[in-house]
Write a protein of this length. Structure first.
Lengths: 336, 324
């Protein structure tokens, strides 16, 4: 049986292997080492959740703590990328995009186009997404649609340890700026991951489960919820196909449309807010390009249009659940 | 010291300053005629700063510029005809007509881009300086910014990061007294921008931006310090712009005759001419010859830009990504 490791170990291994392979790969972020300038241990934290732990011991100054200055260090990663480095920069929580967004969407995203095709900005911004940690409204968001909206950025959202490693290696080798979203509730997920280095191309969805009655498109943590729902529905005789796009930019429209061609029914599960989110975007795409394939209205399973609440009672209501996915699938199937 | 500058250096410095002046005066005229789309922000009057800084640099060194970026581009060696075509929005432009005045960049000459965002450049310069430091190539990176951007958080963050990481970065605050239509006397609460250097643990100095030699000398020290691995510096260059914030600005926030007086008494090109003809064995005839060459170059640049083809419709969709 293949080796099993945690999602966060898969991320660490991808970084480790790429740093070993290419001296241009460097890492920067808040406490990605931890302990810089202090009198205690170095590599004290290895990232706020320990994801980069151990890399300092191997790569020394190629992994750098920063002041809490997201604009400066995200911009520095971008500037270094234009000068021949391949920085992997950690924006601790995606919620912090508000204090550095200009550098990402007005600078990195636009260099290639604005400069007439002459710029090359191979930067990766790793960032945590997602609710479920009782971390409240400013540390729990799934803001990837905002980045997906920006031409010039690529947006990657892995749902398993295997995908996390292969997609991160691809992101580091990619010559365009990449936003790499890691759902914090997935770090402890275990899965089979090859020890050797490998890449997963962007824009190729993963068919997580094959089925014939309903297509469920899901991202990040929602993929495992969709699997749980599909198991339960299978017992009722409803066969679900689960598609994980893995990247929202580029988006593998063909795989989604082919699946809908087979099932005629579509449920989209997205932890992002419902307005202008991925569920709405994919709905619109299928309505435009696959209207004749549909036998029932598209169902969107998303949180309500509210900030993420703190109380566990409320947060559990906020996050899409397997039960809500099941209900949406039944609604699709029962549509006359 | 001026002694560090050879006759050839001085003639080259003059050529760069004169090229910037002619370029900007001509863009002013062409804009008024209606040939240039969008927004342009002219650098005329500030030439001693761009030239004084960039005469200390090599192609390996990087600069990031501002919305008022034509002068920095020319001083760093970006090809003038491509720039003019870019400003006219033509396919032969530096950025194939897809950037325009505010986004001229030429990575081959170390020009990381003009910038439409006030304070957009300093973080990028930290990265350019970091790359030089990690490659150990002796390179430095310069962030040009104005008195307006001197109040942006990105600039503060970048100065602190550059000091914390001891980067070979130099922050050049071009203080022309106005952020758009608001006076630096009001908006820069500490008076001189250079005094802020103390807050970031780096040297800071204010120099007369009408004097090429003053700028060049201050930058020489800052660049040498950065190349020695001793970290960043802040150089504030006090100067004046001859035109408005943008072309079309009626400048009613400036006292009447302010620009007229500046042109009459503080023109950096006149000062440079006076000094080099007096002290450096350079004749007025030699400088006049440079003037004539520059005038021809700018004439050709405008003629060629006017005649150049527009971008093609298919160009709309290219170069968003390297691969998608």
């Amino acid at each position: 049986m293949a080796r099993k490791i945690l999602f966060q170990q898969a991320i660490n291994e991808a970084l480790d292997q790429e740093m070993a392979r290419d001296p241009a790969v460097i890492i920067m972020g808040e406490d990605v080492v931890g302990g810089t300038g202090a009198d205690g241990e170095m590599d004290a934290w290895g990232g706020v959740l320990g994801v980069t732990k151990g890399l300092y011991g191997k790569y020394g100054d190629r992994i750098m703590d920063t002041p809490i200055s997201e604009s400066a260090f995200v911009g520095a990663a971008i500037g270094a990328a234009t000068c021949g480095m391949r920085p992997v920069c950690e924006l601790m929580f995606i919620d912090f995009l508000g204090v550095c967004f200009d550098q990402i969407y007005n600078q990195a995203a636009k260099f290639r186009y604005m400069f007439g095709g002459k710029a090359r900005t191979p930067v990766v911004i790793r960032t945590m997404i997602g609710a479920g940690f009782r971390a409240a409204a400013q540390h729990s968001q799934s803001l990837y649609p905002i980045f997906t909206h920006i031409p010039g950025l690529k947006v990657v959202i892995p749902s398993s340890p295997y995908d996390a490693k292969g997609l991160l290696i691809q992101a580091i080798r990619d010559d365009d700026p990449v936003i790499f979203c890691e759902h914090k509730a997935l770090y402890a997920m275990e899965g089979e991951v090859p020890e050797e280095s490998y890449t997963i191309p962007f824009g190729e969805a993963n068919i997580v489960r094959e089925g014939k009655d309903v297509t469920i498109v899901a991202l990040a943590r929602m993929v495992s919820y969709a699997q749980k729902a599909a198991e339960a529905l299978a017992k009722e005789g409803i066969s679900c196909e689960i598609i994980d796009p893995r990247t929202t930019s580029p988006l593998d429209e063909d795989t989604i449309l082919e699946s809908v061609e087979n099932t005629g029914r579509l449920v989209i599960v997205d932890e992002a807010s419902p307005r202008c989110g991925m569920a709405a975007d994919i709905s619109a795409m299928v309505a435009q390009k696959g209207f004749d394939l549909l036998e029932a209205p598209i169902q969107m399973v998303t949180p309500p249009h509210t900030p993420v609440p703190f109380s566990g009672v409320l947060e559990d209501l906020y996050i899409p659940s397997a039960e809500k996915i099941e209900a949406a699938v039944r609604k699709c199937v029962e549509y006359a | 010291m001026a002694a560090a500058l050879s006759r050839e250096d001085l003639l080259e410095a003059y050529r760069r300053m004169k090229t910037i002046r002619e370029f900007e005066e001509r863009v002013h005229v062409e804009f008024a005629k209606g040939g240039i789309p969008g927004f342009v922000h002219l650098y005329a009057g500030e030439e001693a700063s761009a030239a004084g800084v960039c005469m200390n640099l090599t192609d390996e060194d990087k600069i990031a510029s501002t919305h008022r970026g034509h002068g920095h581009c020319i001083a760093k060696g970006v090809e003038v005809k491509g720039m003019m075509a870019e400003i006219f929005g033509k396919r032969t432009g530096t950025c194939h007509g897809k950037g325009g005045s505010m986004h001229i960049a030429d990575l081959d000459t170390g020009m990381l881009g003009a910038n439409g965002i006030v304070g957009g450049g300093p973080p990028l310069v930290c990265g350019a300086a970091l790359a030089a430091k990690m490659k150990r190539n002796g390179g430095v990176a310069i962030a040009f910014f104005g008195d307006g951007a001197s109040n942006q958080g990105t600039t503060f963050e970048s100065m602190n990061l550059a000091a914390a990481w001891k980067l070979p970065a130099i922050f050049v605050a071009e203080n022309n007294g106005y952020a758009e239509a608001t006076s630096a006397k009001f908006s820069v609460a500490c008076g001189d921008v250079s005094t802020r250097a103390a807050g970031f643990g780096m040297p800071g100095v204010t120099v007369d931006g009408h004097d090429f030699f003053a700028v060049h000398e201050a930058m020489r020290e800052a660049v040498e310090r950065a190349r020695r691995g001793e970290g960043p510096s802040l150089v504030e260059v006090k100067l004046d712009r001859f035109y408005g914030h943008f072309e079309g600005d009626n400048q009613n926030y400036r006292p009447q005759d302010e620009v007229k007086n500046i042109r009459a008494t503080k023109d950096c090109l006149n000062r440079f001419r006076d000094r080099v003809t007096r002290e450096h064995d350079i004749s007025a005839n030699e400088l006049d010859a440079v003037d004539a060459e520059v005038a021809r170059l700018i004439d050709e640049a405008v003629e060629e830009a006017r005649a150049a083809p527009d971008p093609q419709p298919a160009d709309l969709l290219t170069d968003v990504y390297i691969k998608y």
